[in-house]
Design a protein around this ligand. Structure first.
Ligand SMILES: NC(=O)c1ccc[n+]([C@@H]2O[C@H](COP(=O)([O-])OP(=O)(O)OC[C@H]3O[C@@H](n4cnc5c(N)ncnc54)[C@H](OP(=O)(O)O)[C@@H]3O)[C@@H](O)[C@H]2O)c1
Length: 231
């Protein structure tokens, strides 16, 4: 897909990976609208996407903007890790933001996307959608659900002009991973690889180390799971 001249909506485009995606799309000549609770300024929509009403509000706000590229990037860490107190409200919020919100936005916007000369939906999942880690059961489950949905959606839209990309980042240096040890990819490099997948009409952006995880998983899903569960 050619980025120049397109209009993109990037959820969570005011921080982290989404902010870099927004910047790089703009640099390539796209008009970019961002959404997030703290989003401010021109072409920014302040909205909480962890509720159905918030998703509808955003879809209504962009209904007349002729969106060509929808990037479902907003996400949050979940809970239910071994040290986490039980907090089912947080569980529901994380599942809604990470899984339901992309479905709601796609549901509201699909007719509009289909009407564009060429369009693209990018769902940002995670390497953890392939195999979960024990520390984030809700997060991993929400991303695995989004991965499954994305694969079926791509098949269902294969004869349309709407291309469906799944972006699977590795550990990236953002607020979400603040305080976490170990090597982290820069948000700029992560965004660069995701945009390359959009431009190349790829089905998946397996970013950085996720390429190796995919390889291990293709040889032995059990081995991939046993490595990632301790990660
Ligand atoms: N960082 C990583 O290592 C990593 C790895 C794999 C996948 N990912 C995925 O990549 C995506 C971006 O992650 P990130 O690391 O860039 O996260 P981040 O730095 O924490 O940024 C999250 C973004 O989502 C928005 N957001 C959070 N809650 C929201 C809500 N209720 N309603 C609307 N927007 C909300 C935030 O804006 P507001 O706070 O203003 O709402 C912010 O712009 C997520 O889907 C994440 O799961 C990240």
């Amino acid at each position: 897909m050619q980025i120049t001249g397109k209009t993109a909506l990037v959820t969570g485009g005011n921080d982290g990976i989404g902010l870099e995606i927004a910047r790089q799309l703009k640099a390539k000549g796209a008009r970019v609208i961002i959404a997030g609770r703290r989003a401010a300024g021109d072409d920014a929509i302040a909205v909480d996407l962890s509720t159905a009403d918030g998703c509808k509000t955003l879809a209504d706000a962009v209904a007349d903007k002729s969106i060509d590229i929808l990037i479902n990037n907003a996400g949050m860490s979940g809970n239910f890790g071994p040290e986490d107190p039980v907090d089912l409200a947080l569980t529901d919020k994380a599942i809604f933001l990470n899984f339901n919100a992309p479905l709601h936005l796609i549901g509201h916007m699909l007719d509009g996307l289909k009407a564009r000369p060429e369009a693209c939906i990018v769902n940002v999942t995670s390497g953890l959608a392939i195999a979960p880690r024990a520390g984030g059961p809700v997060y991993c489950a929400s991303k695995a659900a989004l991965r499954s949905f994305t694969q079926a959606l791509r098949f269902n839209l294969k004869d349309s002009k709407v291309h469906v990309v799944e972006a699977l980042p590795p550990v990236v240096e953002t607020q979400m991973t603040a305080g976490r040890e170990g090597s982290k990819m820069s948000p700029a490099e992560c965004a660069r690889q995701i945009i390359a997948a959009i431009e190349g009409n790829k089905a998946e952006a397996n970013v950085g180390m996720v390429k190796i995880l995919q390889l291990v998983h293709s040889i032995s899903p059990a081995l991939a799971r046993s490595i990632m569960i301790r990660f």
